[in-house]
Design a protein. Sequence first.
Length: 131
Amino acid sequence: MEKVMNENSFKSSLIFSILKGVCFSICLTLFLFMILGVCLANSNLSEGIIKPAIIVISGVSILSGTSIGIRKQENKGIFKGAMIGFLYVFSLYMISSVLLGDFGLNIYSVIMFIVSCACGGVGGIIGVNLK
């Protein structure tokens, strides 16, 4: 007998939660990057803040996206959140690598993967505990 998934069970499924978290995180990242760009263009801020700002913006975006995406899940928030963080940074890495033609890993890339998984795990814990 084949199990048919209705709309409510799909919306509470793990796959939907993960996709929702990743998509929200990426959209928030793009929005915050636009704000950063406007601030850099219209102020005397040094370009040296770009890399730290990218890490902070990514962390905040993942934390927020994971908390929202995992809200309807009941357990394993740290694992599911870390998965969202990993998929987020992996998606951005693949997109930027294709656009720039450079698939190399450096210390900055490794830091991004670690920060993304850590922020995703924390966001997952928060999301699971939000009721």
